[in-house]
Design a protein around this ligand. Structure first.
Ligand SMILES: NC(=O)c1ccc[n+]([C@@H]2O[C@H](COP(=O)([O-])OP(=O)(O)OC[C@H]3O[C@@H](n4cnc5c(N)ncnc54)[C@H](O)[C@@H]3O)[C@@H](O)[C@H]2O)c1
Length: 338
């Protein structure tokens, strides 16, 4: 296949990032169709991205648009059913995380992927394509830090966006389901082992609105992995300095830290406040390159008849782990992850 014609579903916060990449920055791809339930977003696709075919209904796009593949960037609860219909319609599928909103739903996606082995299925765990995380993985595989036995993962949204988090909290599924999937996926990836047990806590010190809707502002969880390794997770919503994503991997011969300072760039300002480096503002900025690289890999897989390293089962596993974490928080108990 020469050029892969793609239809995108969802043009919200992240959909626009993927749509911009597909329209302008991915050799071998052409964004030919777009679907959204928000009319202004379709107008944006036509005017700003030059998309010819726009739809307000996903199944109509599948049936009528001239596309080889779809990128699903819709509300999480729609992913599994849209994956199933798109594969049935003979399209290659890129989907955003989470795979499904509960483990049972993920089985629907697994079955659909298994029934269409000739199609590429790509799950958007984009941190695996971030140049720093990829570099870390390569160094671990070369044995640079020996055998990894501890991953400490921090993921804190910026305080500047807390109003949005508060609004979204009642329907987010709770802090772990909302925020932990990338980190637990990275733990599995770096440790090469499965999480088997979790104990989780949650707390709120700044915005009581989180407690009022039964959620938490901050969560800390600890995981036992099958090979004896440990995962330590800190998620939150109130980083005053920006978007703080940091990962530390400790091994028998050394330690690797990825973005301990979530810096915007390499500039340092020396002034009356000291030596100051500005921080990234949010996920579109921090992971811009990762979003581009993962989409390029999706398109290359289709063109070269390859399958990506990430599988549908990675999506199910991440969902199972985040659900067990949420259960642990609710029940104040150590939970097995089966
Ligand atoms: N990988 C990441 O780092 C990352 C970051 C943010 C969001 N996400 C995921 O991306 C997805 C979208 O998140 P967002 O923040 O862009 O959401 P959003 O609310 O900003 O956008 C949702 C989009 O889905 C569209 N939509 C809703 N129902 C639809 C339907 N029935 N048919 C077609 N389109 C429909 C809406 O029109 C809108 O364009 C979510 O699943 C979220 O978990 C992933």
């Amino acid at each position: 296949m020469n050029t892969v014609k793609v239809g995108i579903a969802g043009l919200g916060r992240l959909g626009r990032v993927h749509a911009g990449n597909l329209a302008f920055r991915i050799p071998g791809a052409k964004l030919t169709a777009a679907c959204s339930i928000v009319p202004e977003e379709l107008l944006y696709a036509q005017k700003e991205l030059g998309v010819q075919e726009v739809y307000s209904d996903f199944d109509t796009m599948l049936a009528e648009a001239d596309i080889d593949a779809v990128a699903i960037v819709t509300t999480s609860g729609l992913h599994c059913s849209q994956i199933e219909s798109a594969l049935k319609a003979g399209k290659h599928v890129f989907t955003e995380k989470p795979l499904g909103v509960d483990p049972e739903e993920c089985r629907i996606a697994e079955k659909a992927v298994e029934a269409h082995p000739d199609k590429v299925f790509f799950l958007g765990f984009m941190r695996r394509y971030d140049p720093s995380y990829r570099y870390a993985k390569e160094q671990i595989e070369k044995g640079v830090i020996g055998k990894p036995y501890l991953v400490k993962a921090t993921g804190i949204d910026p305080e500047a966006l807390v109003e949005g988090s508060i609004k979204f909290a009642p329907t987010s599924g709770g802090i772990y389901i909302d925020m932990a999937s990338h980190d637990v996926d990275l733990m599995r990836w770096f440790l090469g082992s499965e999480a088997v047990e979790v104990y989780a806590l949650g707390t709120t010190f700044k915005h009581p609105e989180f407690t009022e809707c039964g959620d938490n502002e901050t969560g800390c969880a600890i995981y036992q992995f099958a090979n004896g390794a440990i995962g330590q997770l800190h998620v939150g919503r109130t980083a005053p300095h920006g978007y703080h994503i940091e990962t530390e991997i400790v091994g028998t011969e050394g330690t690797l830290r990825i973005s301990p300072v979530p810096e915007k760039n390499l500039a340092m300002i020396y002034n009356k406040h000291g030596a100051v480096t500005e921080c990234v503002s949010g996920f579109p900025e921090r992971f811009a390159e990762a979003y581009r690289l993962e989409m390029q890999e999706f398109i290359d897989c289709i063109r070269e008849g390859r399958k990506p390293d990430i599988t549908v089962y990675d999506g199910t596993r991440a969902t199972e782990i985040t659900f067990a974490t949420a259960r642990s928080l609710k029940n104040h108990s150590v939970e097995r992850i089966d």
